[in-house]
Design a protein around this ligand. Structure first.
Ligand code: NAD
Length: 428
């Protein structure tokens, strides 16, 4: 039977509940997403035919503020996946202390099969169908897997036409001229990078001795790899959906980014200006990448990459979950026994939603910040969250995931309790 990813996420929440000192009704509330919308998304294709795609928008919990979460275009999108991703957004925003609840959206589609015009029509059609559920004070989408700034721009335009006023605050991750924020593009990778820099300080790492493998080379993967490479870390393996490359002494990440952007493939090259030459490398599969003897493994693609069937073979002592949900709960105890240090997704990839929040604030006040202001504010928030989680983990003898969940649940409890829980209503 296929694993239900939402149930898996709830089982982790149950574990966190046992560790956290929160009331049962906090957990009860979080087990049930507030709103689950399934929509039919009609698109007139370039050949004149009509195709109808299935889309979702799930608003999980708005105790702490308007809900927030990306929109994914992927053939494997399911209602349960979107529900799990929305729950993780609730926990993530609570963990880093930004005034949002969690949401997520998705369309079951392979965007690589669509022309650019079909993609634009799909994006606009989706917004027509979910327009009543979203809004700058209600629910604010953003990019996720296989969606990007241009798509966010189309969606903002479409929403603005529907409500008949320009509404940049309805969506984040927009192009800069349409109200995007400087520093949003690399925010997810940069947030993970700031967390790794804290580990570097804690363990006195020499970056040139640290080997890193990155699975997934899109927005998040490219930026975390690029920033680490700049600091001298050895990025020895990189992959995308087609497979990966490995070289013991590390790759020149900017050259690989350039080739990936030009050819849509990860290739082992070194570029001097516009001239790129092939460099030595081994072709590896995504499964092999995960099992390499590296120091840091960074899954930055999709869920369910490390599970009970391969966890035993994972050699990296540090895993930084840049993707959402790359480790299934049945792998937790195996990795725990191996003493693997995991920076959990709700912390490692929170940079994206933190800078999305900055974008929304800037849209609301109409005043725009410099890139270095954005970097500095991001660093401050994510570094503080990292240390908070580390402290809880040390004090309570928990792993980082459990500590992150405990902190998120405690923050959510403050808002849920402020509206009254059983204890209050029983007072008589
Ligand atoms: P993206 O679309 O920019 O890139 C996805 C990358 O993953 C591509 O390189 C693709 O080829 C690769 N990929 C797809 N299937 C793969 C597979 N089976 N094995 C290996 N690689 C595969 O997406 P992104 O925005 O970088 O998102 C990646 C992950 O980061 C997702 O889990 C997403 O939810 C998470 N995330 C993204 C953001 C953000 O701001 N973009 C924020 C938080 C979390």
């Amino acid at each position: 039977m296929q694993r239900n990813i939402f149930e898996d996420a709830i089982s982790r929440l149950d574990t966190a509940f046992a560790d956290a000192n929160v009331e049962a009704e906090v957990l009860e509330q979080l087990k049930h997403p507030e709103q689950i919308l399934e929509v039919a998304v009609p698109v007139r294709m370039d050949n004149g035919a009509l195709r109808v795609f299935t889309g979702f928008r799930v608003r999980h919990d708005d105790s702490l503020g308007p809900t927030k979460g990306g929109i994914r275009f992927h053939p494997n999108v399911t209602r349960e996946e979107v529900m799990a991703l929305a729950l993780w957004m609730t926990l993530k925003c609570a963990l880093v202390g930004i005034p949002y609840g969690g949401a997520k959206g998705g369309i079951k589609v392979n965007p690589k099969d669509l022309s650019k015009l079909e993609l634009e029509r799909l994006s606009r059609s989706y917004i027509q169908r979910v327009a009543d559920a979203i809004g700058p004070q209600t629910d604010i989408p953003a990019p996720d897997v296989y969606t990007n700034a241009m798509i966010m721009g189309w969606m903002m335009d479409e929403y603005s036409s529907i409500v008949r006023r320009r509404t940049p605050g309805v969506i984040t991750g927009k192009p800069i001229p349409l109200g995007g924020s400087l520093g949003r593009d690399d925010a997810t990778g940069r947030g993970a990078y700031y967390c790794i820099k804290e580990l570097e300080k804690k363990y006195n790492w020499q970056p040139s001795n640290i080997k890193v493998a990155v699975q997934g080379f899109g927005n998040a993967g490219q930026h975390v790899a690029g920033l680490l490479h700049q600091d001298g870390y050895k990025i020895v393996a990189i992959s995308d959906s087609q497979g990966g490359i490995f070289h013991e002494s590390g790759f020149d990440v900017p050259s690989i980014v350039k080739m990936k952007n030009e050819t849509r493939r990860v290739q082992a090259v070194y570029c001097d200006g516009s001239v790129c030459e092939a460099v030595d490398s081994e072709v590896i599969s995504n499964e092999q990448l995960l099992e390499l003897p590296v120091d840091i493994l960074i899954p930055a693609a999709l869920e369910d990459q490390i599970n009970a069937s391969n966890a035993e073979r994972i050699k990296a002592p540090y895993i930084v979950e840049v993707a959402n949900g790359p480790i299934v709960s049945n792998a937790d105890s195996i990795l725990h026994k191996k003493n693997t240090f995991i920076i959990p997704d709700i912390l490692a990839n929170a940079g994206g939603v933190i800078v999305s929040y900055f974008e929304w604030v800037q849209n609301n006040i109409g005043l725009y910040w410099t890139e270095s202001e954005v970097h500095q504010k991001l660093k401050q928030i994510i570094t503080a969250a990292f240390h908070k989680v580390l402290d809880i983990a040390d004090e309570r003898k928990l792993d980082m995931r459990a500590a992150a969940n405990v902190h998120a649940l405690n923050n959510l409890q403050t808002a849920i309790k402020a509206r009254g829980t059983q204890e209050y209503f029983n007072m008589g």
